[in-house]
Design a protein around this ligand. Sequence first.
Ligand SMILES: [Zn+2]
Ligand SMILES: [Zn+2]
Length: 349
Amino acid sequence: MKAYVLHDINDIRLEEVPRPRVQENEVLVKVKAAGICGSDIPRIYVNGTYSYPLIPGHEFSGVAEAAGGESGRVWIGKKVGVYPLIPCGECIPCKKKQFEMCRHYNYLGSRCAGGFAEYVAVPVWNLIELPDTVSFEEAAMLEPMAVAVHAMRQAYPKEQETVAVIGLGTIGILLTMFLREMGIRRILTVGNKEFQKEMILGQGISEEDYCDSRSFQVDEWLQDRTDGKGADVIFECVGKPETIIQAVQNTMPGGRVQFVGNPASDILMERNLYWKILRNQLTIRGSWNSSFTHDAEDDWHYVLQRLAQKRIEPKRYITQKFPFEQLEEGFHIMRDKSREYVKVEAVFA
Ligand SMILES: [Zn+2]
Ligand SMILES: [Zn+2]
C-alpha cells in the first residue's frame, strides 16, 4: 500500500509499504479521508516522534475491510470513524473510563501507524460506526470536533452566560460552532486574521462580537463588551502567556477559565494575576483530548449525533482537499502558512 512514512525529523516520504497485519482484536480500515492536525506539523518537521519509521495521521475515517478475529467480523463493510487513543485499560483514569487521561496509552499516528496511508490496523474498541448521512470527509473531523466539545463541556456554559473564545485556530472555530449549536446567546470572539473573522461571521456571530487583536486592545475590548464585568466563561485557545493572562484578567468574579491551547513556551505568573484568581474565586480548568467511552454521552457520540442531524456543518471548514498522493502540499501549506486554512484533508479516490 501507499503511505506517508516519517523516517526522521523533516524526512517524510510517500512510499510503498506492506499492508498492516491485523491482530486478533483489530480490523483493517481502508482510509477514505484523513485530516492534518496542527500537531502533525511539528511532529513531522520540528520535533519528530517517539520512534521511526512512523506513519502519522490521527484524524481519519474509512471502511472496515477485514478483521483479525471474531470481535471485528461484525464491522466488516461498515463506515467507521476512529478514536485515535488506544488506552491501557489498567491505570486509574482507565478504570474510571477517563481514557483521555490514560497513563500508558498508545496512539494511532504518533506512537503507532496512523491514517496517512491506504490502510490502518485499528483496534475494534476504537471504532465508531458512521450513519449513512455522514460523509467520510466530515467523519475525518470527528477528532478535532470532539476535542472542541470536550473543552466546551469541561466549562459547562449556560445559554444566558457570556462566553468568550480567545484564539480562532481550528479548535477555536469548531468550539464557537458548538457553542452556537448549544444555544449560547452571547459569544465574544478574539482572532487576528481576516479569514477568522469571515468564519466567525459565517457562523452568525455579529461583527461587534468579533475582536481583531491586531487593531484592538483585547482587555479593553472584553471589558467594554461585558460592561466592565468580564465574561462568565473564557476559553483560551492559543496557549501564549499574553492570551492566558487575558483570559484570567477578563473573567468575572466566580467565573470559569478554560485552558485549551497548547503552550508554546513557559508561562510565568505575576502576583497580581494570582490575586485575580484568589479574589475572584475563579475556576481554572484544563482540557485534554476527548472522551470516548462507547456511551451515548461521550464527546464522540455528542458530535456524531449532531452531525447526523445536520445541526452542525463542519464541511465549511475543510478549506483544502488534496488527493492522497498530493497531501504533502497540504503539509507545506500548514508548515509555511502559505495559505489560510482551517482543516486540510486528504481524500482517497
Ligand atoms: Zn489532532
Ligand atoms: Zn490507562
